[in-house]
Design a protein around this ligand. Structure first.
Ligand code: SAM
Ligand code: SF4
Length: 508
């Protein structure tokens, strides 16, 4: 991909969808799918050690005029994309993610909502979600204000209720505030509260994990997202692990066991996606169904704010990763694009497959669009027992549920798959199995499915490359990835989307 495209905000010419997407858009479910708006709010009151999401401005250097400038730019970006969305599309969902959207002062939040209502065709029953930290939600005025603006879904991170783990993660809020946040939300009439949890920390035992699952269920949220903790290169947490040897090789993380245990412990709840379980509703939140293309496979996702990425008129685009370049581009009258890609059939199919795996089902109608090799892959996963054929297509079997990330890795290019695998597998148990030829054949076969995208045996050059890659120090791997990206995509000056700008204290 060449240098960032310069597209004027006011460009009159609509984006024409490439032929594969145009075909999908001819389907009646395309209009029914509607559109989604994702707003990235890059502010946090504190920086968690593990978090790779783009954010800035801790409270001590909090500057309201800078936040007002951010909102000005955001409103221009929303208006520019709203004009590019196919006519007649109704916005069925808005998602404020971050960062911590509740770090924005109320008047600025009101301005963004007013802009959305003016510029988009927002459904009267739109799902409007705001992410925030429990400390903010535990304040009555915050939730009441959001309800007044039409927000009907809240989501916050609890991550873990183990005091030591919380300290290691760098969470500054408390378990008590998590409970208070849910109570306040209920009292204010919020329809749906979601809580994020993470698992797979170095040093976490199966017992600790079980305590966390039971504790979060006992709080009574409507749904819980359980994320496998990715120890991402460049984050302070990853450095802390290396320095403090947090979770030494004696402290094996029984990851596969945790995933299996999670499915058991949540069997009395409704499974909504591979990661999300709900006490109250089997309905997939629109944020998830739309992000991955919706029922039509081509849903429109406007994503605004630094580091966000969206899909409009068959074009996948990604924004400048940091506030400065993002803001400057908009103020100079351009879309803040770092790159844009017209979706071809294969890329589109892989994106749809990736999302379908998370949602736990591959509708026959979508599978029919896939090229032959992807159809063969689905058949081979079914043969291996990772998928089950059902009337409407395929769904993840129990074995597939336990290893869904591995299937997802098969949907991305090899280098990215390697990096994803390394991220998912950075636990001592997993590494040992790979490096020392553990006899767990099922495990090895799942890893093979991930690397080769075929589900056949793990071997040959790719196997060797992967073993070497696991051994590379982070610094070397980062340089390697940057080099390959540069060869494939050309220079991208602010490519490091993910880093906290301030590493925090080391482990106590
Ligand atoms: C934007 S935050 C949620 C809202 C709010 N900022 C908070 O932390 O409470 C999004 C979620 O991403 C998840 N997340 C962040 N870093 C992660 C990582 N390294 N591995 C897995 N999940 C991660 C966390 O569960 C977090 O709650
Ligand atoms: S997980 Fe922590 S650092 Fe990341 S967005 Fe949430 S509060 Fe901010």
């Amino acid at each position: 991909m060449p240098a960032a495209p310069r597209v004027p905000l006011e460009e009159a010419e609509p984006w024409h969808p490439p032929p594969d997407v145009a075909r999908l858009r001819a389907d009646p479910s395309f209009v029914a799918d509607g559109a989604l708006l994702y707003v990235h709010v890059p502010y946090c009151d504190f920086f968690c050690h593990y978090c790779p999401l783009y954010k800035t401005l801790a409270p001590d250097d909090y500057r309201p005029s800078e936040q007002a400038r951010y909102v000005d730019a955001l409103c221009k970006e929303i208006a520019a994309y709203a004009r590019r969305v196919a006519p007649g599309r109704v916005f069925r969902a808005v998602y404020f993610g971050g960062g911590t959207p509740t770090s924005l002062p109320a008047p600025l939040f009101r301005r963004i909502m007013a802009c959305i209502r003016d510029e988009t065709n927002l459904a009267s029953d739109a799902e409007i979600t705001v992410e925030g930290i429990p400390t903010h939600f535990a304040r009555t005025d915050c939730v009441a204000e959001l309800v007044g603006l039409g927000v009907n879904r809240l989501s916050f991170g609890a991550q873990s209720f183990e005091p030591t783990v919380r300290k290691h993660l760098g969470r500054r809020d408390t378990a008590e505030e998590c409970a208070a946040a849910i109570e306040r939300a209920r009292a204010a009439g919020i329809e749906h509260v979601n809580v994020d949890m993470m698992y797979g920390y170095p040093g976490q035992t199966l017992e600790m994990f079980e305590r966390d699952v039971l504790a979060v269920k006992a709080l009574g949220p409507d749904s819980v997202d359980f994320y496998y903790q990715m120890q991402i290169m460049g984050t302070p947490y990853r450095q802390m692990i290396a320095k403090a040897r947090l979770g030494s090789s004696d402290a094996v993380i029984p990851l596969a066991g945790m995933r299996a245990r999670l499915l058991d412990l949540c069997s009395d709840w409704l499974q909504v996606t591979a990661e999300c379980f709900s006490r109250t509703s089997p309905v997939v939140p629109r944020i998830w169904s739309h992000t991955f293309g919706g029922e039509s496979g081509a849903a429109e996702v406007i994503a605004v704010g630094p580091s966000s990425y969206g899909q409009v008129a068959g074009h996948y685009y990604f924004n400048h990763a940091t506030l400065g370049p993002w803001q400057q581009a908009i103020e100079a009258g351009h879309l803040p694009l770092r790159g844009r890609l017209a979706l071809g059939g294969r890329t589109l199919a892989l994106r749809v497959l990736f999302g379908s795996i998370l949602l736990g089902r591959i509708p026959a109608r979508l599978a029919a669009l896939f090229p032959r090799d992807l159809q063969r892959r689905i058949a081979s996963w079914t043969e291996e027992g990772l998928l089950e054929a059902v009337e409407s297509g395929h769904r993840l079997s129990r074995a597939g549920q336990e290893r869904f990330q591995m299937l997802q890795c098969a949907c991305v290019p090899p280098l990215q798959a390697f990096v994803m695998m390394r991220t998912y597998m950075m636990t001592f148990e997993e590494q040992r199995k790979l490096l020392f030829k553990d006899t767990d054949l099922l495990y090895a076969r799942s890893v093979a499915a991930m690397v080769r995208g075929s589900g056949r045996t793990f071997g040959g050059l790719r196997g060797l490359a992967y073993r070497l890659l696991l051994r590379l120090p982070d610094r070397v791997l980062e340089q390697l990835v940057a080099l390959v990206r540069r060869l494939v995509a050309g220079p991208a000056p602010d490519e490091r989307i993910t880093l906290n700008d301030r590493p925090r204290a080391s482990l106590p």
